[in-house]
Design a protein around this ligand. Structure first.
Ligand SMILES: [Zn+2]
Length: 417
């Protein structure tokens, strides 16, 4: 029975089956807008839309939840509009759980003009070498928050932990993330330590503000808050972040789950994820932020991440890069001109069950809008289904066989080049 007032009890996670001898597991996240069977891939609808695809299609292709970006929705249309509309899910006609990120990654990464390479040490702060050529620095971080320039109209804005919580409460997603400072692998060790402490203090402020807003907005369903773990490539910092944030409690309010964030070195992804997940409580879900390549998803699942999000499947689809069991291919290539079979024989998506590779090739060649729609449906289904299959194979007890089967075929060309 639901308590009359929304509370943390309205959100929970149950671990089901573990990969023997490993951290990977299946489970179930319960939210006020429905359940998520994990592991699960969560497609990204940056501005409350998965570009070119109807929410109904996302539902049909098996997406259990969607993730939108607080930074973009804060700038346009504004969080008050989503609040008045009844929250993100209702605004975009999505019948299921939703996530929003904190805005931290975007204000910082868009701020320096390019992705995943963010430099904020005092030493390099004024150095042009750390900013993309011809880009102006658009964000400045200090102990209280981040001041940034809108990429839309150049207006100045400021995000603090409190502002991020206020914005995300108005957006109304079931799962929100604490405001954190995202560093890069290039920052100095000294800066990583300083930044990690800053993120810890911001996490405490997020919990306090989250508690205040949960009480003040008791007419709304409970929104869960995940703390975000940073620490770049350092084992002691990653473990410390996990211990610190899982131990935090402000007026009895603690994090409902955790985001595994920041700069993640692909070659050591599994090791870094395992440092964090081995320190985290088993009864709370973990979300690996911004990861969506097939090999990375296997590594994340194997090491105990429960959910994943990434813009890559839809972004790549719009550039005619589509997934097949034999790797990613470019459907604009001339060899698809007369392929009257589907993009991928093994795919059960709407696109593959109704249209040929030749038709998609034609749509891209003639720059038709339907090209993006059909390619996005295929790519999102491919990745959603891949993670669904990982879950099924953990349940069946042969995850590692599935991993070697799938990856051996998918990366055959790369591995045998
Ligand atoms: Zn397909």
């Amino acid at each position: 029975m639901n308590s009359p007032k929304p509370s943390a009890a309205d959100f929970s996670f149950t671990q089901k089956k573990q990969i023997p001898g490993q951290l990977g597991r299946t489970g179930e996240i319960f939210t006020p807008h429905g359940k998520i069977q994990t592991p699960a891939f969560i497609p990204v609808g940056t501005k409350a839309t998965v570009k070119s695809v109807l929410p109904e299609s996302m539902d049909q292709l098996g997406s259990q939840a969607l993730l939108a970006n607080a930074y973009h929705l804060y700038l346009q249309p504004g969080p008050d509009i989503l609040d008045e509309a009844g929250g993100l899910a209702r605004f975009m006609n999505w019948n299921g759980p939703t996530f929003t990120d904190s805005g931290g990654f975007q204000v910082l990464s868009l701020g320096v003009g390019f992705k995943k390479v963010i430099a904020m040490d005092e030493e390099t702060f004024r150095s042009d070498e750390v900013i993309a050529d011809h880009k102006e620095r658009l964000a400045h971080v200090d102990d209280d928050g981040v001041t940034f320039k809108s990429h839309l109209d150049g207006s100045m804005h400021r995000f603090t932990p409190e502002v991020s919580m206020q914005v995300q409460h108005q957006l109304g997603a079931d799962i929100m993330f604490a405001f954190d400072e995202c560093t890069t692998l290039h920052n100095t060790r000294k800066y990583q330590e300083k930044s990690l402490e800053r993120t810890r203090l911001w996490a405490k402020r997020c919990l306090v503000e989250h508690g205040r807003l949960t009480d003040a907005r008791s007419h709304r369903p409970y929104q869960a808050l995940f703390g975000v773990l940073q620490g770049a490539q350092y084992e002691d910092l990653r473990r410390k972040a996990a211990q610190d944030l899982s131990g935090l409690s402000e007026d009895g309010i603690s994090f409902d789950g955790f985001g595994l964030g920041g700069a993640l070195d692909k070659a050591n992804l599994g090791t870094i994820v395992s440092w964090m997940t081995s320190e985290l409580p088993v009864n709370k879900p973990r979300h690996l932020l911004g990861i969506g390549e097939p090999d990375d998803l296997f590594v994340g699942v194997e090491n105990g991440a429960d959910t994943f999000d990434c813009v890559a499947p839809s972004r790549q689809a719009r550039t005619s890069a589509v997934f097949t069991q034999d790797g990613r291919v470019n459907i604009s290539n001339a060899k698809y001109r007369r392929q009257f079979s589907p993009i991928d024989d093994g795919c059960d998506c709407y696109t593959c069950t109704h249209y040929s590779a030749a038709y998609l090739h034609h749509l891209f060649a003639s720059k038709e809008m339907l090209a993006s729609t059909l390619a996005t449906i295929h790519n999102e289904r491919f990745i959603v289904r891949l993670v669904d299959q990982m879950r099924e194979r953990i349940e069946a007890g042969d995850f590692l066989d599935f991993k070697s089967e799938f990856l051996g075929r998918f990366y055959f060309k790369r591995n045998n080049a």
